[in-house]
Design a binder for this molecule. Structure first.
Ligand SMILES: [Mg+2]
Length: 130
């Protein structure tokens, strides 16, 4: 099984960080990553038939137009089986609490500690633990 992961963040630099951080997993064909720079873009990607294997979403909370919480609510309705982690620019307790009530698997604050993030993802998908 390959973990097709959708990463959503309005800061485009984040893509480079994830590509570097997940390089080993991607190379080993354990993970495939797709990127979206907005909630609308993310929904477009999720709704494509070719992306029905996306099983994990890592989304920023603070984004213009549609924030991560709004995206999460829609994902919960349309794709209830997808695991979601939230990424917040600061320790945004109200949003984190709301997201937790909506069943997220966890959250991270920026700057992202990638070792910690990868560890938590490995707990969810033991095939990624090395
Ligand atoms: Mg943002």
């Amino acid at each position: 099984m390959r973990i097709h992961t959708l990463i959503v963040d309005d800061e485009v630099d984040v893509e480079t960080l994830f590509r570097l951080s997940f390089k080993k997993w991607v190379k080993a064909n354990l993970v495939k990553i797709s990127f979206a720079t907005s909630g609308i873009d993310a929904l477009g990607i999720l709704r494509m038939d070719s992306n029905e294997d996306i099983i994990l979403i890592l989304t920023d909370i603070n984004m213009p137009e549609m924030d991560g919480i709004e995206l999460l609510k829609i994902v919960r309705g349309e794709f209830p089986d997808i695991d979601v982690f939230m990424i917040s620019a600061y320790n945004d307790e109200n949003h984190i609490n709301e997201a937790t009530d909506l069943g997220i698997k966890g959250y991270f604050t920026k700057p992202i500690e990638f070792d910690k993030l990868k560890h938590e993802i490995s707990i969810l998908y033991p095939m990624l633990a090395s």
